[in-house]
Design a protein around this ligand. Structure first.
Ligand code: ADP
Ligand code: MG
Length: 450
């Protein structure tokens, strides 16, 4: 398979035979572990050049040939260098585990965040908080519309803090998770066990940094606001950093209790606006670089076309680029303006009064649970997928007038009976399961924000 990988490197990443023969052809595999391919560079002097130029291409080619996303490390046959690399990788894995424990997406860091006039204040505030958590702006309250980078910034702060000091306790959750875990703890409490509530409090109070995303979704729930109020106070008096995001500033969240509103205004409030054209272009270019899309040589005018047409949501901006590349691969067409027009034709931004369709429901549920659409439409029957799939069925049935059979067809050919079963199941569970109610309501708000 090494042959195949080298061949791919030659075809896709080497500008000439000479560069291939000089740099790539002499490389051999030194060792393959569970997650890393060690590539042996015989000529020590070429190590730096190869690392700089070919690390990412190798990652991509290896992933494409083997189907596994290996880390890639270059080694020379000097043992100390090899040991150093291994130590580094072990260290990196340890930090990665911390990131995972804190619920962080490894892609969302300051390095990958493009700063523009729309977000430079929020970015600067986030950096300041990341550098001295608990010391300057507490809480930090970030607000802005959907898909403008709030979650990305919050994860960046958390990554930065953990990288600086891995002993810090950092926890990122959505307000939905906070609410649902509280509901479950309270329910367990009713049956006589105080332990669940104690555990809940421990989880949220024993943190140096607590990040709560999309706080707008805990509004209007008295018990949740009450508990959150105490969590907030507990952390705040002990100088622990709190970071909150929302789609609106505190003063505009009508159902927010006054005492919470006041507290949210104690620290710093920073907004993120829609990106201007320049920033949209910079974000597209950044994504091209990060995802290794350079090899598609997307023409400038195509990038400009996308940046001109998708204005108010960065997630859609990225989505249209992905769609363009998928289309070009699938239909074997060159990447040009007319293909871009095809890719963009059904990208509707949420503020254009989009109609509620089964497709929209599928999109939003997929994003909400972070499950690919293909899995929702697939055949897997594990609980993590079955529940979201049934929620899609239920929402399609109650929010649109799509017949059961058509819903089944949209979900990859489920029959009428299983769609009916799914709808009934959610209907039933909603009667007693308060956490599920909360989740379904949040998804409904995402479908229909007003
Ligand atoms: P929000 O939480 O405000 O709805 P996200 O943080 O989820 O938005 O951002 C949506 C997508 O756009 C993510 O993939 C994120 O990485 C990307 N994104 C947002 N802002 C930026 C930025 N300034 N630079 C690079 N990518 C960004
Ligand atoms: Mg978000």
């Amino acid at each position: 398979n090494w042959e195949q990988i080298l061949n791919k490197m030659k075809l896709e990443y080497c500008s000439s035979n000479i560069s291939y023969n000089t740099w790539i052809a002499p490389l051999t595999v030194y060792e393959v572990t569970d997650d890393t391919v060690y590539i042996l560079v015989k000529l020590r002097a070429s190590l730096e050049h190869i690392e700089e130029k070919y690390l990412l291409p190798f990652k991509v080619c290896i992933a494409e040939v083997t189907g596994i996303e290996y880390e890639v490390a270059f080694v020379t046959d000097n043992q100390t260098v090899i040991q150093e690399k291994k130590d580094n990788i072990i260290k990196k894995n340890r930090v990665n585990t911390l990131f995972e424990k804190a619920n962080l997406n490894p892609k969302y860091t300051f390095d990958t965040f493009v700063v523009g006039s729309n977000n430079n204040f929020a970015h600067a505030a986030s950096l300041a908080v990341a550098e001295s958590p608990g010391e300057i702006y507490n809480p930090l309250f970030i607000y802005g519309g959907v898909g403008l980078g709030k979650t990305h910034l919050m994860h960046s702060i958390a990554h930065f803090i953990l990288e600086n000091d891995p002993t810090k306790q950092v926890l990122y959750v959505t307000s939905e998770t906070f609410t649902n875990e509280l509901i479950d703890a309270l329910k367990a409490g009713k049956t006589g066990s105080e332990l669940a509530m104690t555990k809940f409090r421990e989880k949220y109070r024993n943190n140096d940094v607590l990040l709560i995303d999309d706080i707008q979704f805990i509004i209007g729930k008295e018990s949740t606001q009450e508990e959150f109020f105490h969590t907030f106070n507990h952390l705040h008096v002990s100088g622990k950093q709190i970071i909150i995001s929302s789609d609106k500033p505190p003063k505009d969240i009508e159902t927010l209790e006054a005492r919470l509103r006041t507290r949210f205004e104690w620290g710093l409030i920073a907004d993120i606006q829609a990106p201007d054209y320049e920033t949209r272009m910079a974000i597209l270019r950044k994504k091209e670089e990060l995802d290794g899309l350079d090899r598609y040589h997307i023409p400038d005018e195509v990038m400009q076309y996308i940046a001109n047409n998708i204005k108010s949501n960065i997630r859609e901006l990225e989505g249209s680029l992905n769609k363009l590349i998928a289309l070009s691969n699938l239909e074997n067409k060159p990447i040009d303006i007319s293909l871009a027009a095809e890719a963009l034709k059904d990208m509707i931004s949420p503020d254009n009064n989009r109609p509620v369709t089964p497709e929209l429901i599928i999109d939003i549920v997929s994003e909400h649970f972070n499950i690919p659409i293909s899995e929702l439409k697939g055949k897997k029957r594990n609980a993590e997928i079955v529940l979201p799939r049934q929620i899609v069925m239920y929402l399609c049935r109650t929010l649109t007038d799509t017949p059961l059979k058509a819903i089944g067809a949209l979900l990859g050919g489920k029959d009428h009976a299983s769609v009916n079963h799914g709808v009934k199941k959610i209907e039933n569970e909603l009667k007693s399961d308060e956490a599920l109610n909360n989740t379904v309501n949040i998804i409904k708000k995402k479908i229909n924000p007003i």
